[in-house]
Design a binder for this molecule. Structure first.
Ligand code: T3D
Length: 259
């Protein structure tokens, strides 16, 4: 299968999906959602694949949804977008028994951040940053962040990150339990390959560990993803969201009116 917005490679039992729109900090367009899904399904079917790595090309992991396609004329239904494009991707990551490693090479914002949080493990370059950017453009959290983030860092820190939308660096992410490991940028590709190799050589039981944790969490995540879509539909229709997108495109601070 040919891919335009990702690079998909299989090496030594690991399938690597590299988000590849570096000029837009690997922001998601529909085609990229689709290609990530196709690659996840392909690797799930392939018995030679034992684990996945998701990473980004260039200086970002992913800046979330491509906001340049979210002007009032183009935005459509954000609820539908989540149900059709993001929620299936998050659920596929959770449902496959193969371990999914997020190799966070740079900034991860909005749905890009929550994509990383939906993975089983996170390794970060010292250059990585994590931003719950939704509030900055007038949105609510999606892609499972409202469920997974509080589980990872606790209620208080989750609310701080969601309400203020401020970036945290890789060391802080490690300190609060968002990532398992932080390595200097120069060592990042090697450290990622070593961890992926270890996961690819793990015993059958590793998939059962994931199945056990899913049994405790997956039903809640599924219903929360649907609820996030309902809330994002409301947020997406607000004047504040239109202002947030306009301000981002015009590279200025938004002026929200609460409408
Ligand atoms: O379907 C749906 O809409 C529902 C889903 C919604 C979930 C979401 O993910 S909403 C989007 C949430 N993401 C954001 O709000 C992040 C937006 N980006 C930023 O805040 C900043 O770019 C970063 C903090 C991530 C990085 O800042 P910086 O200063 O390092 O880079 P930059 O100069 O802002 O960006 C570099 C280029 O990437 C720039 O392009 P240009 O102007 O040089 O041609 C910028 O416009 C582009 N870019 C960055 N993020 C996005 C983007 N283009 C489109 N969409 C983006 N999200």
């Amino acid at each position: 299968m040919a891919y335009d917005t990702i690079i998909y490679e299989k090496t030594n039992g690991a399938a690597t999906i590299t988000l590849n729109r570096p000029q837009a900090l690997n922001a998601f367009v529909s085609q990229m959602n689709q290609e990530v899904m196709d690659a996840l399904r392909d690797g799930d079917r392939d018995s030679a694949v034992r684990c996945f790595v998701i990473t980004g090309a260039g200086r970002a992991f992913s800046a979330g949804q491509d906001l340049k396609g979210r002007t009032p004329e183009q935005k459509g239904s954000l609820g539908a977008s989540l149900r059709e494009k993001y929620n299936p991707m998050i659920l596929q990551i959770r449902r496959t028994e193969k371990i999914v490693l997020a190799a966070v090479n740079g900034v991860a914002a909005g749905a890009g951040c929550n994509l990383a949080l939906a993975c089983d493990l996170r390794i970060a370059s010292e250059e990585a940053k994590f931003i719950q950017a939704f509030v900055r453009v007038g949105l609510a959290p999606d892609s499972g962040g409202s469920f997974i983030l509080p589980h990872l860092v606790g209620f208080s820190k989750a609310m701080e990150l969601l309400l203020l939308g401020e970036p945290i660096d890789a060391q802080e992410a490690r300190r609060i339990g968002l990532v398992a490991k932080v390595v200097p940028a120069a060592e990042f590709p090697k450290a990622t390959a070593e961890l992926a190799d270890r996961l690819a050589r793990s015993p059958r039981g590793i998939g059962l560990i994931k199945r056990a944790v899913n049994q405790a969490m997956l039903a809640h995540l599924e219903s929360q993803l649907e609820y996030e879509a309902q809330l994002q539909e409301i947020a997406g229709r607000s004047a504040d969201y239109d202002e947030g997108v306009r301000a981002f495109i015009e590279k200025r601070a938004p002026v929200f009116t609460g409408k």
